[in-house]
Design a binder for this molecule. Structure first.
Ligand code: GAP
Length: 457
């Protein structure tokens, strides 16, 4: 079993400004988190990487940004009003609420610590279904006719826009629609930091295909999505496919695989992405509930049909957490008493690309470093730091996951060159100042930056 790093990650994330608890000064909001200065850069980089791979680099996938609030009938058609629920039991003695299907893993809040039902005065009710959608009201009147939901997934915004996008872009099946956006679920057993939260972001893509060709597209997307995670630098042996069993499979799904990541500790392997063959369930439900034809007309073949959908659905927060867990390491430093904490992100994902350090605050070094920082800022997020011993400045950036440290010393001002230090192996190269942008760009564009680490210089 890999060690559980979540506890040290929570404290590092707060200390360095990756992730804070929402409304912390009021005691926090349950399972809702805020991204700080480094966290927002990291998550934005993850989302940009997904958008590039799924939309920009493909001719057959279009982007979309649908609204969070949708017509309430959408959620009847999708099955969320009737079926998106967990079975719950209440304890009348302590007023706590538990998932009926997870009682064996649950803990009663009272002391001594026991499972629900094990205290002599526990009074558990029969299970009741509890819908996970957040409800609110549209307009000034708070009655049942004004109920709207915060979307529990982004996918439905894509289904209801299927023909709008197809007709506007003149795409031919097979093609996909992708979007990134917030989703909300009133989870009963949230937790494990940002793993399961009540407000989160999804990156979903629906690929519309001709029935009969669906399994071939499904297999292709399954592999493409695994490759995407590997490209983020997630370790191969921390990733696995989990095939949904008959029992797990949604009634409309023809096939479903999760991509699981090993978060370590007791959490272990958990889903970060789902790849599903959803058949024509969603389009046919919306066709029926809206009474609008949603068929695709294949003029060349002179036929019309409801496409099948291959869905890839990944949580931006969950994959960001996986990246943090994968990147965190504590290690000894040869010749030094104190070890170091490193977030070894793929350079493309790193919130700050380079730290810029004048060795001393004199002899023109700060001025040269400021000039270099200003030039680099046009291309990369860089951080200028002249405070404290150089070793400490390096350590601060190791902990922030900054892949490059650029040091300006006494020779730099004379020779117009700098030292680039690499976060992962602490190796250094000397390059002339006018080559810094080029060197950094080559690393950022490398698919396997560590393997190529010594190629440039
Ligand atoms: N449209 C399909 C769908 O929503 P899902 O398996 O319920 O499928 C897809 O969610 C992904 O969204 C998950 O693999 C996970 O990464 C993310 N996700 C779902 N619920 C989440 C939650 N409560 N907190 C954080 N991420 C969540």
């Amino acid at each position: 079993m890999r060690p559980d790093v979540l506890e040290s990650l929570v404290s590092l994330a707060k200390r360095r400004g990756f992730i804070f608890q929402s409304s912390e000064i009021y005691g926090g909001t349950g399972s809702v988190w805020d991204y700080g200065p480094l966290g927002v850069e990291l998550k934005n980089n993850v989302k940009a990487r997904w958008w590039n791979a799924m939309v920009r680099e493909r001719e057959d996938v279009e982007g979309l940004d649908a609204a969070i609030l949708m017509h309430p009938r959408v959620w009847e058609a999708s099955g969320h009003v009737s079926g998106f629920s967990d079975p719950l039991v209440d304890c009348k003695a302590c007023k706590a609420r538990f998932r009926a299907d997870k009682l064996a893993d649950a803990q009663c809040a009272r002391k001594p610590s026991k499972k629900p039902g094990e205290h002599s005065d526990c009074q558990l009710t029969e299970p009741r279904q509890f819908n996970l959608m957040f409800k609110t009201f549209m307009g000034p009147v708070e009655d049942s006719a004004a109920v709207v939901y915060l979307r529990p997934e982004t996918a439905q915004g894509i289904f209801v826009n299927f023909l709008n996008v197809q007709q506007a872009t003149r795409q031919k099946v097979p093609f996909g629609i992708a979007q990134i956006g917030k989703a909300f679920r009133n989870e009963i057993t949230p937790g494990n930091f940002t793993f399961r939260t009540r407000e989160f972001e999804q990156m979903e893509m629906q690929y519309f295909v001709e029935p009969g060709t669906d399994m071939e597209h499904f297999e292709r997307w399954k592999q493409a999505r695994l490759d995407w995670h590997l490209g983020l630098g997630l370790d191969r042996d921390r990733l696995e496919f989990h095939q949904h069993t008959e029992k797990e499979l949604a009634h409309y799904a023809r096939a479903a695989f999760d991509i699981n990541f090993d978060f370590g500790g007791t959490l272990g392997f958990q889903e970060i992405e789902g790849v599903h063959n959803r058949s024509d369930f969603d389009l046919s439900q919306h066709q029926q509930f809206s009474s609008k034809k949603l068929e695709y007309v294949d003029q060349a073949a002179n036929k019309r049909y409801l496409p099948y959908v291959i869905e890839t659905s990944v949580g931006a927060d969950r994959v960001t957490l996986a990246i943090l867990v994968n990147a965190l390491r504590e290690e000894a430093v040869p010749g030094e008493q104190e070890g170091r904490t490193v977030l070894g992100f793929h350079p493309v994902l790193a919130p700050i690309k380079a730290g810029i350090f004048p060795l001393t605050k004199k002899d023109g070094q700060p001025e040269m470093a400021e000039r270099l920082a200003a030039a680099l800022r046009r291309r990369f997020n860089v951080f200028y730091d002249e405070a404290g011993a150089i070793g400490r400045r390096y350590r601060r950036q190791d902990e922030a996951g900054t892949p490059f440290g650029i040091t300006i010393d006494g020779d730099s001002t004379a020779n117009d060159d700098v030292t680039i230090r690499f976060r992962d192996d602490m190796g250094q190269i000397r390059v002339s100042t006018d080559r810094v942008v080029d060197v950094l760009t080559r690393y950022l564009e490398a698919d396997h930056p560590r393997a190529e680490a010594r190629l440039v210089g």
